[in-house]
Design a protein around this ligand. Sequence first.
Ligand code: T46
Length: 139
Amino acid sequence: MPSTKPLLATLITFPTMTDGRGDLVALETNTPNVPFTLKRVYYITNVPQGQDRGGHAHKALEGVLIATSGTIDITVDNGHDRESFTLDSPHKGLHLEAGLWREMSNFSEGAVLMVLASEVYDEADYIRDYQAFLEWVKQ
Ligand code: T46
């Protein structure tokens, strides 16, 4: 049976509690929805139309990216292959393991990107130069 797991990242569909009042998604640390110990949450808003973000990799950090509103394209790259995903629902998250270059683009108007991260902020964990990333992948 063919695997549905994508090559570079895993798109997770969150269980949703739906009733006549709307939908509720609950995310807990160290579960299939957040498969690491959660240490930080941040979110990105007010991205101008046509503005890209990202363009870096993390050496150790992993995360789950969620478009809580609107649509956002995420491209991931492991130094050999690239793969693109569209986040278009607050009921889905994209799990990125460590060591992946990521680019975020095509933010729709009003889009909100929430990120659940496995580490506190540490600039030393970033690789922000693509050639340096390719060198790092080789090591
Ligand atoms: C990632 C993608 C999906 C902080 O001071 N604390 C933080 O927790 C974060 C995330 C950023 N910053 C500072 C660092 C920069 O001076 O905020 C500024 C903007 O960060 P950056 O240019 O890295 O933002 P993005 O949107 O390109 O990338 C972010 C995350 O940094 C990154 O880890 O995976 O979202």
